[in-house]
Ligand binder design. Structure first.
Ligand code: AMP
Length: 219
């Protein structure tokens, strides 16, 4: 695959389990722009016990959003690094209208890719997921069934369900996403900078829609 170097500032919105991370990685590779994932950056700050990390730890632990000013400062610093010269892909930012307004003061966003997936399909996808605690292989009780029920094909370990794949947790995270993101979707839609991506098809089909949308706005 050829890497195209273009200046491109993208934002990706998508509920948990919608395949946002997978698509962000593929886009980052295709367009040669870094994926700037707020959650990953924050976890890194916490692990390194930086001043930002110390301030945001309790927010991360409780699943609440961190303070806008801190997050905006962190993103501002990250996108000023040399690897962002040709653009970047924001994943997990902005998450509030305040953050979107601050981002607008910093730069112009070329396109917001909004992954749309039916919530019930996401619940089914996440709740049925089983993972091997030993070798990290991923299965699904309906879509990717192991040969022997509940046992890893690769290493024979007993499969488990991740805590955050429990139905109650999945529904809570989806509701938080809906409440936080819906106003942002409308904000960018009004600006004519947002395109809906049907996230119900396979990984390659979703990626193809994104590439089409991006190539359609290339300067
Ligand atoms: P994520 O990995 O994107 O789900 O983010 C993990 C946690 O980091 C969230 O639950 C928040 O506590 C925090 N976080 C991530 N992005 C933001 C943001 N844009 N604004 C505020 N808090 C955030």
């Amino acid at each position: 695959m050829h890497r195209l170097v273009i200046s491109m500032k993208l934002v990706i919105f998508g509920p948990p389990s919608a395949g946002k991370g997978t698509q962000a990685q593929k886009l980052s590779k295709k367009y040669g722009i870094p994926q700037v994932a707020t959650g990953d950056l924050l976890r890194e700050h916490v692990a390194k016990k930086t001043p930002i990390g110390i301030k945001v730890k309790s927010y991360l632990d409780s699943g609440r959003l961190g303070p806008d000013d801190l997050i905006v400062q962190m993103i501002g610093e990250r996108v000023s690094k040399p690897d962002c010269i040709n653009g970047y892909l924001l994943d997990g930012f902005p998450r509030t209208i305040g953050q979107a307004q601050e981002l607008e003061k910093m730069t112009d966003i070329d396109l917001v890719l909004n992954i749309v997936v039916d919530f019930e399909a996401l619940v089914e996808r996440a709740v049925g997921r089983r993972i091997c605690p030993k070798c990290a292989a991923v299965y699904h009780v309906k879509f990717n069934v192991p040969q022997a029920q509940g046992i890893c094909d690769k290493c024979g370990s007993k499969l488990i369900q991740r805590d955050d794949d429990k139905e109650e947790t999945v529904r809570r995270r989806l509701n938080v996403y809906k409440e936080q993101t819906a106003p942002l979707v409308e904000h960018y839609r009004k600006k004519g900078r947002l395109v809906d991506i049907d996230g119900s098809s396979g990984i390659d089909a979703v990626f193809a829609q994104m590439v089409k949308a991006i190539d359609g706005i290339k300067k």
